[in-house]
Design a protein around this ligand. Structure first.
Ligand SMILES: Cc1cc2nc3c(=O)[nH]c(=O)nc-3n(C[C@H](O)[C@H](O)[C@H](O)COP(=O)(O)OP(=O)(O)OC[C@H]3O[C@@H](n4cnc5c(N)ncnc54)[C@H](O)[C@@H]3O)c2cc1C
Length: 375
């Protein structure tokens, strides 16, 4: 049985950030991750600048990459009617391949122990978490952070409501050579049954990531056919797919992307990032929220571990309160949006309204994006 002060389950953005924060504060941290680094993940790879001061404070030097600095958002309707607007805070384009790997190296440098195993069971007894992995290894700690992303076997183990429901959404992502794409832009293009985002990464390639419903996808059956017969019907995406050269052997895809409501604390585990709720990528910055949630969790955990008479209820209540203040409303907006996007007629109407009004886009950005994270 390996013992530590904190166990983090999942080494994506939330888990690695928390591991860095807590290790830098002198706590012993074990992080369990099921995959090795670096690897590609299905993600739009546009990171809001709200995380920059915090990442700097943790010594995570994203500036060492040739980042695509993004200050403009372009949106187009299915027919290609487009509108552009300035992003008040802006952001940067970086692949998950590079970002997660950088966070991993920083976490190890800060003293966190990263174990490449998949957690399959978690129990809480006598104020202690016990976690078992697929190989039978056992880990023990007074604090467990659940940072295992959108969906995991642990959700079923903990009987979390959403884990029993199917989700209609699936995501596809691939990098492309396409030198003409402006580095300062993130573009969101609507097509029948979904929408796709384009933005440059630190390598100069363009990330094309789209979200669609299984219903729409199954009519075509393969990604190639879906791209040609549905996605490319938007003239901007059609031109992109015709002229761009894929950098991956084949696109990555994930299914069962759930935007359902979740709880920030389940069975005493503090949930960070997508495990506490995934925001619809069209209206929010899940990556920034995951990093921000890791900061909120790390702060309350430090208060708990350093207290002479620690109070678990206070720990859980403080985290829930802080999490709700920052994310509850944004996630609610995201859930309304994903409902609307399931209806093609309503989506077309909404997209046409949006594409006619920069004011509406600016109001949407204000309501769904965060402010710079204070350090
Ligand atoms: C199609 C799509 C596009 C998106 N585009 C954007 C965008 O452009 N900008 C943005 O800000 N956000 C975007 N997001 C959201 C963003 O990707 C997520 O919010 C973010 O990755 C959340 O980070 P996380 O650390 O919570 O989860 P993840 O990054 O998913 O990390 C979870 C980690 O846990 C590991 N894991 C899972 N189960 C176990 C287990 N049992 N044991 C051990 N390890 C485990 C996984 O291997 C993974 O590494 C997008 C999401 C989707 C679906």
């Amino acid at each position: 049985m390996k013992k530590s002060e904190v166990i983090v389950i999942g080494g994506g953005l939330a888990g690695l950030t928390a591991a860095i924060h807590l290790s830098r504060a002198g706590k012993s941290v074990v992080l369990l991750e099921k995959n090795s680094y670096p690897n590609h993940k299905v993600c739009g790879e546009y990171v809001s600048n709200e995380v920059r001061p915090y990442l700097d404070s943790l010594g995570v030097s994203v500036h060492d990459f040739q980042l695509a600095e993004i200050d403009t958002l372009t949106i187009s309707t299915k027919k290609g009617k487009a509108i552009s607007t300035k992003l008040p805070l802006g952001g940067f384009g970086i692949s998950r391949f590079a970002l997660d790997h950088l966070l991993y190296k920083t976490a190890v440098g800060a003293g966190a122990e990263v174990v490449f195993e998949t957690a399959v069971d978690i129990t809480f007894e006598a104020d202690t978490f016990r976690i078992t992995t697929t190989t039978g290894s056992k880990f023990q700690a007074p604090i467990a952070l659940g940072a295992y992303g959108k969906r995991s076997v642990l959700d079923k183990k903990m009987d979390r409501g959403f884990s029993h429901q199917k989700s209609p959404w699936l995501g596809v992502k691939c990098h492309y050579e396409y030198p003409d794409f402006p580095g300062n832009q993130v573009a969101l293009h609507n097509f029948e049954g979904g929408y796709g985002g384009l933005s440059k990464t630190e390598t100069g390639t363009v990330n094309f990531c789209y979200l669609t419903t299984f219903e729409s996808f199954k009519k075509q059956g393969t990604i190639e056919k879906f791209n040609a017969n549905s996605v490319a019907k938007n003239p901007h995406l059609g031109e992109f797919l015709n002229r761009a050269t894929p950098s991956f052997e084949k696109p990555l895809s994930i299914a069962q992307i759930s935007f359902s409501q979740k709880s920030p604390v389940t069975n005493h585990v503090l949930m960070c990032g997508d495990s506490a709720g995934l925001i619809h990528p069209l209206c929010g910055n899940g990556m920034a929220m995951a990093i921000h949630a890791a900061k909120l969790a790390s702060e309350v955990v430090l208060g708990y571990l350093e207290h002479t008479n620690p109070d678990r209820k206070l720990l859980e209540d403080s985290y829930t309160k802080a999490w709700k203040v920052h994310f509850e409303h944004r996630l609610w907006m995201g859930r309304q949006l994903q409902r609307l996007l399931l209806n093609d007629t309503a989506t077309a109407l909404a997209m046409n309204t949006i594409a006619n009004s920069e004011k509406i886009i600016q109001a949407m950005i204000r309501r769904t994006h965060g402010k710079p994270i204070l350090v």
